[in-house]
Design a protein around this ligand. Sequence first.
Ligand SMILES: CC(C)(COP(=O)(O)OP(=O)(O)OC[C@H]1O[C@@H](n2cnc3c(N)ncnc32)[C@H](O)[C@@H]1OP(=O)(O)O)[C@@H](O)C(=O)NCCC(=O)NCCS
Length: 109
Amino acid sequence: MGIEVRLNKTLDASYSAFAMDGPEVVGSTLGTVNGELATLNSIHVIPVKRRSGIGTVMFHAFLDWAKGLGAKRLAGEFKPEFGNCAAGHFYNAMDVKITDKTLYKDLDG
Ligand SMILES: CC(C)(COP(=O)(O)OP(=O)(O)OC[C@H]1O[C@@H](n2cnc3c(N)ncnc32)[C@H](O)[C@@H]1OP(=O)(O)O)[C@@H](O)C(=O)NCCC(=O)NCCS
């Protein structure tokens, strides 16, 4: 697929990354780690590139980074773009539990 996930900066435990398709930015991720808790603040893929695995690559890149810092749980606010029902399917595919407006995943094992 040729997607490169490029880490922009790590300030303390803040994560900001772009997914690059050659020179083109096709996605972005923002998150943090605080102790054992990883928070995914935002994950976004440009509309014309959706459903080609970029979100999956970015999600796992974030989890790898978070686990490397000792995170044991992922949590966050579930706030899909208005009218976008893809997010629920995406998190389901990533084995993330969604309850009302929150998301959760154990990172152990
Ligand atoms: C959610 C989002 C990041 C997914 O990114 P993506 O690159 O399209 O996701 P992937 O291609 O890696 O999809 C992985 C799996 O998720 C599921 N999935 C993703 N989009 C789906 C859709 N529209 N319908 C059904 N299943 C979907 C599928 O199981 C898919 O695997 P498959 O294509 O082999 O069937 C993207 O839709 C997006 O940017 N949405 C707008 C921002 C947003 O709502 N972010 C979430 C905030 S809570």
